[in-house]
Design a protein around this ligand. Structure first.
Ligand code: FEO
Ligand code: CA
Ligand code: CA
Length: 596
């Protein structure tokens, strides 16, 4: 089966011992394994504490929890969740996810863009989902989207928010432009927008990515949860079924806002599921949905420069048996920007096919190619993009175990991506998804020979997560599951964040966590463990890597209006408060590089 799998085993088994390291198998390990150590901290033990746990010598600060005003003069957080929708629109949203730090020149400060993926409605409102009202819809919509805040570090090393002309919230009511091949298409038109070029808001902003031209990409993920189709679910084989629309919506927005009722407005949902570009340095700018990048349950978007200087964007579609994608821009970034065009509006979207022999191909999703014709239900390129998943089905892409984040190795250009888990894989495996009932997930590695514009690649399974019983390729004391967030820092440390089932260690449960890996030495160490029921997601750092920003999403989300602290009371630990998603800043007490 997998040359890939064997390599992964060699890369991590026995990595703790010098002899094992010397015999480790990848070419990368053999040739570079003697390099300087990237991981300078001791691995921490698993934890179920209602706290963020870090290695000795590290500390963290809660910087930006849900409800925190985006400028110091903004409305204060009410710990009984009594803030209004209007106040929420000036505060941090809920469910912090992907983010990025944009340094401001000449100061120890920067702009932090933070995604707010979703909400825990039972904790967002004082009485939860009871007595639903237009005000509750408005507050919920205001708790989604993106925050842009300006932060600075004082002489003692503490970070704080400052009054800033850049500070803004983007929410589900922010006017947003639709650009690229699908703009104006009949499937993008609604009663409120007959031209199909503008939509209110961005939704389920999962992970993110910076661009080389200093903008921020925020990626729309599980949009299906917000639209109501009717009492009967979509018919089997329909486009709506393929995009996960069911007969229920856990968000009651459709009761007070008709655009979320598909019986009234069938096209509004086509206007979500895109990668959205935001210029954090222009607080009056309109966010833009870049339709050339396809429509799916986007996780993050990683932009690099291709061989001709064009934008290349890697992206995963996080659903069981969905795909991994790449966009290659039509012209060099500099040329597009010079002409006042977006480097993301023209180009080719590809989907990955992983062959059993460790090779792979990028299959172009271009109208007129075999399978992507009018006879097959694609009238034009806009339909190929609006129905990206069906186009990828038609060309024979490889169904994966829920592709989440991807990241590019700074020195080699290799692309790594997480397949978080897939318990629905009960019938057939393939070399790239080698486990039945893949409860704990794996991490893939794509090698394009240092040419991001390539149409072919080699691939490996980089590691299998889980415990030894599940066939994991990580040391038993570092066992983890459901890898999701993934990021190479500039030194080459691979940060792995988890969301979901964690294997027991010596019979003990463990909370979601973040680990760091040295991919050259085959070393992996648990660095951070979060409070109960959270996921760890979102990571960015200052350029000197001495302040690491990490998001703790939905701690204690089992809380109820009657007992909001049932699952956790992190971070405030107030006897009258509730758990809050939050951005934290991790630093070293000696001021050194985090992880080093
Ligand atoms: Fe938003 Fe798939 O995580
Ligand atoms: Ca995720
Ligand atoms: Ca996840």
């Amino acid at each position: 089966m997998a040359g890939g799998l064997a390599t992964a085993t060699a890369a991590f088994f026995g990595a703790a011992g010098p002899a094992a390291t010397a015999s480790a198998g990848t070419a990368e390990n053999v040739s570079r394994g003697a390099g300087r150590r990237l991981l300078g901290f001791p691995a921490i033990a698993p934890s179920v504490a209602d706290e963020v746990v870090l290695p000795p010598g590290y500390r963290y600060q809660v910087l930006f929890p849900w409800g925190h005003p985006i400028v110091p003069s903004g409305p204060a957080f009410a710990e009984d969740a009594g803030n209004s929708a209007a106040e929420q629109a000036l505060q941090a949203g809920d469910h912090h996810d992907g983010m990025w730090f944009f340094p401001l020149k000449g100061r120890r400060s920067g702009l932090l863009c933070v995604n707010h993926e979703a909400t825990t409605e039972q904790l967002l409102h004082t009485d939860g989902l009871a007595t639903w009202s237009p005000e509750k819809t408005a507050k919920s919509m205001a708790a989604h989207g993106v925050s842009v805040i300006e932060v600075e570090q004082d002489r003692k090393g503490r970070w704080r928010l400052v009054e800033s002309r850049f500070a803004r919230r983007v929410t589900m009511t922010t006017p947003t432009e639709i650009t690229g091949p699908a703009a104006g298409h009949p499937l993008m038109r609604t009663g409120a927008d007959p031209g199909g070029v503008g939509v209110l808001g961005t939704l389920n902003n999962c992970a993110s990515g910076p661009t080389p031209w200093d903008t921020y990409l925020t990626c729309e993920e599980t949009i299906n949860k917000y639209f109501y189709f009717g009492e009967q679910p979509p018919r089997a084989g329909s486009v709506e079924e393929r995009y996960g629309i069911g007969s229920e919506s856990p968000y009651p927005w459709y009761g007070t806002e008709e655009r979320f009722d598909m019986r009234v407005e069938p096209n509004e949902y086509n206007r979500f599921g895109w990668v959205v570009e935001l210029d954090p340095f222009d607080p009056t700018s309109t966010p833009k949905k870049r339709t050339a990048l396809g429509r799916m349950e986007h996780e993050n978007a990683v932009v690099v420069r291709g061989r001709r200087g064009e934008a290349v964007v890697y992206m995963g579609d996080d659903t069981q048996f969905d795909y991994f994608y790449k966009f290659v821009g039509a012209e060099p970034i500099s040329k597009a920007l010079r002409r006042g065009r977006s480097p993301l509006d023209e180009g080719t979207l590809y989907v990955a096919r992983f062959e059993e022999d460790g090779s792979g191909r990028w299959l172009p999703l271009v109208h007129g190619e075999p399978g992507l014709t009018e006879a097959n239900g694609f009238a034009d390129q806009a339909e190929v993009l609006i129905r990206t998943r069906l186009a990828a089905d038609a060309v024979g892409a490889t169904p994966m175990d829920r592709p989440e984040w991807c990241t590019v190795q700074p020195r080699t250009g290799a692309v790594f991506f997480t397949c978080t888990n897939n318990t629905a894989r009960t019938e057939s495996v393939n070399a790239a998804n080698p486990r039945l009932e893949n409860r704990f997930g794996h991490i893939m590695k794509i090698d394009e020979g240092r040419n991001p514009s390539a149409e072919t690649f080699d691939w490996d399974v980089f590691l299998l997560a889980g415990d030894q019983a599940s066939g994991a390729t990580v040391p038993p004391d570092q066992a983890f599951g459901s890898p999701d967030g993934l990021w190479f820092d500039a030194d080459g440390r691979l940060w792995i964040q988890t969301d979901g089932a964690q294997p027991k260690i010596d019979g003990a449960e463990q909370n979601n966590q973040m680990l760091a890996a040295d991919t050259r030495r085959g070393d992996i160490r648990r660095f951070l463990v979060g409070p109960p029921r959270c996921e760890i997601t979102g990571i960015t750092s200052t350029p000197d890597r001495r302040s690491l920003f990490v998001n703790i999403q939905h701690p204690g989300d089992s809380g109820t209006p009657e007992d909001p602290r049932a699952g956790s009371s992190w971070p405030d630990h107030s006897t009258t408060g509730r758990p809050r998603s939050a951005t934290i800043v991790v630093t070293r007490e000696d001021g050194g590089v985090v992880g080093g």
